[in-house]
Design a protein around this ligand. Structure first.
Ligand code: KIV
Ligand code: NA
Length: 277
């Protein structure tokens, strides 16, 4: 596979070809992204919940994120690599944000970072992009603010909120974002926002008129046990497949079916004789 760069993404956008993005949290899931042909591999902070079992994405630290970024980068060589800056790593000022963004490049082997928020973080984003680190924005349902949003729920669904979202989107574009994630907003709002921008929008629960789509890998494979968001399509139910496989293993050990001869190491006849004497 040829390496996907920011130029590849620009070309896809200008040709109106939908951009595909999927999360990865470790080496094997990143290899799946690599093999699938998906263009962007996101090490999303959703891994706090789907990989680490935390209640909220706000609990994950910089060091935990970097640990997963490194593993994912070893598996996804061709996709464009984006990492979520975790809650607490960019809100306290540009200096702190720039320092942490640099860690994702230097230590995490990522190519770009994603930050949640609008106008209020535009200046911070401008600082990060000005030193040559591509930034992806994230508007609508921003899970790091779940508490103040009152839960995982649709955003931008009043005229006023939709206009605010468009204002935020323009501010992020102005700050230098190369793309924006739009999460859990009405399809018409996503379409209108997309049409008023010169950078691609990547939707999740935002309908079909965005410039691309993103899903969380564990959600779409059916390996997250807590809930399935409305906007997620499950392309497989791997949880059943995996539990069945584990049960078969357990049963076969209990009944002596596993390990079979084919799983065992033979010994040369001559050696065996000597050994038995
Ligand atoms: O953390 C994540 O997986 C995300 C995507 C859903 C956009 O931010
Ligand atoms: Na995220």
């Amino acid at each position: 596979r040829p390496k996907i760069t920011i130029n590849t993404l620009r070309t896809l956008y200008s040709q109106r070809e939908p951009i595909t993005m999927l999360t990865a949290t470790n080496y094997p899931s990143a290899v799946f992204v690599e093999k699938s042909g998906i263009e962007i591999c996101l090490v999303g902070d959703s891994l706090a919940m789907v990989e680490l079992g935390y209640e909220s994405t706000t609990q994950i630290t910089m060091d935990e994120m970097l640990h997963h970024c490194k593993a994912a980068a070893r598996g996804a060589k061709s996709p464009f690599l984006v990492a979520d800056m975790p809650f607490g790593s960019y809100e306290m000022g540009s200096l702190d944000a720039v320092k942490n963004a640099i860690r994702f490049i230097k230590e995490g082997n990522m190519e770009a970072v994603k930050l949640e928020g609008g106008i209020e973080i535009a200046e911070t984003i401008q600082k990060i992009t000005s030193i040559g680190i591509p930034v992806m924005g994230h508007l609508g349902l921003t899970p790091q603010r779940r508490t103040s949003l009152g839960g995982f729920r649709v955003q931008g669904n009043t005229a006023k909120k939709a206009l605010k979202l468009l204002e935020d989107a323009k501010a992020l574009q102005e700050a230098g974002c190369f793309a924006l994630v739009l999460e859990a907003i009405p399809e018409i709002v996503a379409a209108h926002t997309t049409n008023n921008l010169k950078i691609p929008t990547i939707g999740i629960g935002a309908g079909v008129h965005t410039s691309g789509q993103v899903l969380v890998q564990q959600d779409m494979l059916g390996i997250f046990d807590r809930f399935v968001p409305r906007f997620c399509k499950q392309y497989a139910s791997l949880d059943n497949t995996i539990v069945e496989a584990l049960r078969s293993y357990r049963d076969e050990v209990k009944t002596g079916v596993f390990p079979a001869k084919s799983n065992c190491y033979p010994m040369a006849e001559t050696e065996l004789k000597k050994f038995m004497e």
